[in-house]
Write a protein of this length. Structure first.
Length: 376
């Protein structure tokens, strides 16, 4: 595969929603270059304040919608229909129709607000993190990743630089995940309301329905918004962290053998992670550049390259392992398949897994600081 733009590798044909979200993000973040230094304390405080504010608005939206839906049901059931105890199903049908229409309208308005609130939070996060969103293929890649995060779109389902991120995932699981992604914000929010109404409508809490549903909707909204903003922080801090890594590699190049091991290791990590994370695509693209690779494609042969890893010179071995720690924490907290993969790397080198170092690098990354920076 010849050299290709990283944004084209990630999303060759962005949807109309991604393009609209991208324009919104660019309008609120005019940055064109990657920061030269880590984020200052003031910027981190502003980001935390914006994070809390975005979650608070989502909570308020849940409280209001829960009170409206629960209150309207209570009023229709007791104020208009006098309890409905002696009514047949046919007689109750207009009530059910009215309730579902009202619940649907309120839920639709709330869901639209949640998307706008998330998009606004992602825009603020990207600006405060110093993520460039203009005038370069890598900036476009970051923009596409942030747009998908805000819209709760899944990662693309195609090969990235010759790597199939889902090669180790069962097809039925891939299909199920795709359906679940589409249900995260919209359908699940509405179904949650109907489910709670049906469950709570059969118990002694029926009269307290408005008081119970509001906090539950608020909690659900808070969880979704929190997850979106954490992912946005990961992607917004990615360019600075990656450019810092690449600068060090350009200053002190790896041998040809170590370069090959590193590229295959990142390809294997993407397959283990079972996701085409934008930070990994960005990192691979920049490694191709700094390693001066003409072909931007990897046919991952990890068993052989894992064998070669342990036979690298000691200093290069540790540099490759440090690169893999960084690549791991770029995509989220080190747990699950990512953690097992990293543990296997150190085991293959007869080294102890550096748990404290991994946690420290993740913390540094999420604070917009270079990897390995000494903490106060």
């Amino acid at each position: 595969m010849a050299e290709t733009r990283p944004d084209q590798e990630y999303a060759p044909q962005p949807s109309v929603f991604e393009r609209w979200a991208g324009r919104f993000l660019q309008h609120h973040n005019q940055r064109q270059t990657t920061p030269r230094q880590g984020r200052r304390e003031r910027e981190l405080c502003d980001m935390k304040r914006a994070f809390r504010g975005c979650v608070a608005w989502a909570v308020l939206a849940g409280l209001i919608s829960g009170a409206l839906i629960g209150g309207m049901e209570w009023y229709m059931r007791h104020g208009m229909l006098d309890g409905m105890q002696d009514m047949s199903f046919k007689e109750q049908l207009p009530y059910w129709t009215g309730f579902f229409i009202i619940a649907g309208v309120v839920s639709a308005v709330e869901i639209a607000f949640l998307y706008w609130n998330a998009l606004r939070g992602v825009a603020t996060t990207s600006r405060l993190a110093g993520a460039p969103l203009h005038d370069s293929p890598h900036a476009t890649l970051t923009l596409l990743g942030l747009s998908r995060v805000a819209l709760e779109f899944p990662s693309p389902r195609h090969r990235i630089y010759g790597i199939d991120p889902y090669a180790l995932m069962n097809r039925w699981k891939l299909t199920a995940l795709s359906v679940m992604y589409r249900m995260k914000v919209g359908v699940t929010s509405f179904l949650l309301r109907i489910f709670l109404r049906r469950v709570l409508g059969r118990v002694a809490l029926r009269g307290l329905l408005p008081l119970v549903t509001g906090p539950l909707y608020a909690l659900w909204n808070a969880i979704i918004t929190w997850r979106i903003l954490v992912k946005a922080q990961e992607q917004a801090f990615g360019p600075f962290a990656i450019e810092t890594l690449v600068k060090e590699l350009a200053h002190e190049p790896l041998s040809e053998r170590a370069q090959r091991v590193a590229l295959h290791a990142i390809g294997a990590l993407i397959m283990a992670n079972q996701d085409a994370h934008p930070n990994h695509i960005y990192l691979l693209s920049r490694l191709f550049d700094v390693f001066k690779r003409r072909e931007h494609s990897i046919d991952v042969d990890w068993p052989q390259q894992r064998f070669n890893l342990n036979r690298l010179e000691r200093s290069e071995k540790h540099r490759v392992l440090d690169l893999m720690i960084a690549a791991t924490v770029l995509a989220g907290r080190c747990k699950g398949k990512r953690k097992r993969f990293l543990e296997e790397l150190f085991e293959a080198c007869d080294l102890a897994y550096p748990q404290q170092k991994v946690r420290a690098w993740r913390r540094q990354f999420m604070n917009g600081q270079p990897f390995g920076k000494t903490e106060a």
